[in-house]
Write a protein that binds this ligand. Structure first.
Ligand SMILES: Nc1ncnc2c1ncn2[C@@H]1O[C@H](COP(=O)(O)OP(=O)(O)O)[C@@H](O)[C@H]1O
Ligand SMILES: [Mg+2]
Length: 175
């Protein structure tokens, strides 16, 4: 059954730090089974965003680019939860993704982050949070969020709320 897109959101990031902070805000909200797809050309900011996710989620080691290893497994000390960070830049067909153990990873029900998900569309779960990174002038990036399935729509909603609350908190602290 095809899952409909239930929510979308566009935001602009003007700095590397902002993109990382957006990732961290998302990382704080992630739960087992969440699937995050980060699409966009080389240098668009997918790994910067992932680094933020790892920090916000509480990974024991920093999230770095899995372009060479293709699969990085992370753990959170507090509850031993797992997060997989995958990069399909070097994978041209779903068949190659199978050899990376992608089905086992997805069946495990852990958090999974995909860079270059557009290379392996066939094997992606229907329910996911998809973010397109678009490079604008200089350091400016458009981040287009789309949520498929109820859980990811709720996640996107929570993210927007958390960013709103954080902004209000920052203003309040500055008063
Ligand atoms: N607004 C921004 N958001 C994210 N990265 C930015 C931004 N502006 C400049 N950059 C730079 O662009 C590069 C993005 O690299 P990276 O995250 O590895 O890209 P990708 O994983 O998409 O190939 C970094 O060097 C980062 O400092
Ligand atoms: Mg990358």
């Amino acid at each position: 059954m095809k899952v409909a897109r239930q929510a979308e959101w566009l935001t602009i990031s003007e700095t590397t730090q902002r993109t990382e902070a957006l990732g961290a805000a998302l990382g704080e909200l992630l739960a087992p089974g969440d699937v995050i797809c980060l699409a966009g050309e080389l240098g668009a900011g997918k790994t910067v965003f992932s680094r933020g996710i790892g920090a916000g989620w509480g990974a024991t080691a920093p999230l770095t680019s899995p372009t060479y290893n293709l699969v990085h497994e992370h753990i959170r000390r507090a509850d031993r939860a797992r997060l997989f960070h995958l990069d399909f830049y070097r994978v041209s067909r779903a068949r190659e993704a199978e050899t990376l153990g992608i089905y086992e990873i997805l069946e495990g029900g852990d958090i999974v982050i995909f860079e270059w998900p557009e290379r392996v569309l066939d094997i992606l779960p229907d329910q996911r949070l998809w973010i397109d990174f678009l490079m604008r002038e200089d350091d400016e990036r458009d981040l287009r969020f789309g949520a498929w399935g109820e859980r990811h729509a709720a996640l996107l909603n929570d993210l927007r709320q958390s960013l709103g609350l954080k902004q209000r908190g920052a203003h309040a602290a500055g008063d």
